[in-house]
Design a protein. Sequence first.
Length: 96
Amino acid sequence: MEAKKSPTDMVVDRYHGYWEVFLSSEVGQGISFITEKEEEYERSDRVCVVLNLKDVLDQGGLVYTVTSLPAYIKAFFCTLPEGKVKVEISLNNEKT
């Protein structure tokens, strides 16, 4: 899966000790994920994927908490220095 070059989510930077909120494009290219399927966020251009966090960390990527969604939705933004990461696409909650 390719990274978004100019992502727009708001993320919390916990890496520098300040817990400041930034626009995700300020921390780098990457991809946002929600941890649970949410019907109100279903669109035809979204798919369920399985991501190996080790693949993100091995390329020097970092994981940020997304704060620009309602509080009941857990979402994360992963920076992808290499511009892409391997994922498994899940159809109807089944891995392919």
